[in-house]
Write a protein that binds this ligand. Sequence first.
Ligand SMILES: [Zn+2]
Length: 254
Amino acid sequence: MTGVTHNACPICGGAFDIVAVSSHMRRIARCRDCRHAFVQNPPSREALFAWFQGESYFADNYNRQGIFSLEDDAQWEGWLAGRFDELEWYIPEAGLASGPPRRVFEVGCLEGRLVDALARRGHAVAACDINETMTRRGRRAFGRDIRTGTVGRCAPPLGAFDVVLVYFVLQYEPCPQTAFASWMRLLAPGGRIFCIFPVGESSRVDPVGLHFFSRASLTRLARTHLYDYRLTVVAEDRPGRKEHKAVLVGSNPA
Ligand SMILES: [Zn+2]
C-alpha cells in the first residue's frame, strides 16, 4: 500500500518547492508560505508502523540518553526527575509534580514510565503507543491503562482528560493536522496540551522524520487548534551534542 502524497503544505495548505531528494527517494519539500519542510511522498502507514515496532528502536533512543536497562528503575530516576522539572517549568498551571489530581493522557508513551510516575503522584492516567512490544511490557510492569495504537485506533474516551502530553511524535505523522486534531479531542473543556517537537538540526538527523517544523509552521498549527498557547524554541546541551526543540503548550476553549 502506498502512502499519501502531499499536493499542498500539510500545515497551511500553501504551495511548495521540492528542495532535495533523500537517499531513500523521498522528496523533501518546503512551503513557500510558512516555510514548513516535509517529506512530500511519505512511506505508507504500514511501513511507518513496522519501523516503530520491537525493542531496538526504543533501546537506541534511551541508550543515547545514558540509560542501558529497562529493569533498573534507578537508571530512570534522573530521566523522570528531568521530565517533572520540564513539566513544572513549561506547564506549571497543571501542577503535575505536586498539585491536585488530574486526568492525564500521554500519546507516544512507549512502555509508559512517565504515566506510571504520574499515577504514583495521584493522577488518573491513560496512554498509548504504536509499539506493541513496549506497550505490552508497560502493561505488565506497571498495570496502567497503556493502549496499543494511535489515538484514532485505540479509542480512548474523548473529552475526558485535563492534560494531554506528547513528546516527539508529530514529526512522524503523515498528516500532522489530522493527528493533532485527534489529540485535541481527548481534552475536556479548558484542558491543556503539552507537545514537544524537534526543530533545526535535531529534526534533520532523524532518518524517519517526515516534518521539519519552522516557527511559522508551529504557530500556524497552534492557531488552528488552540484557544491560547505558548511556543518556546530552546537549545539544550546534551553529552556530545546540542538538542533543539520547540515546546508548545495550549488550551482547549473552556
Ligand atoms: Zn505551509
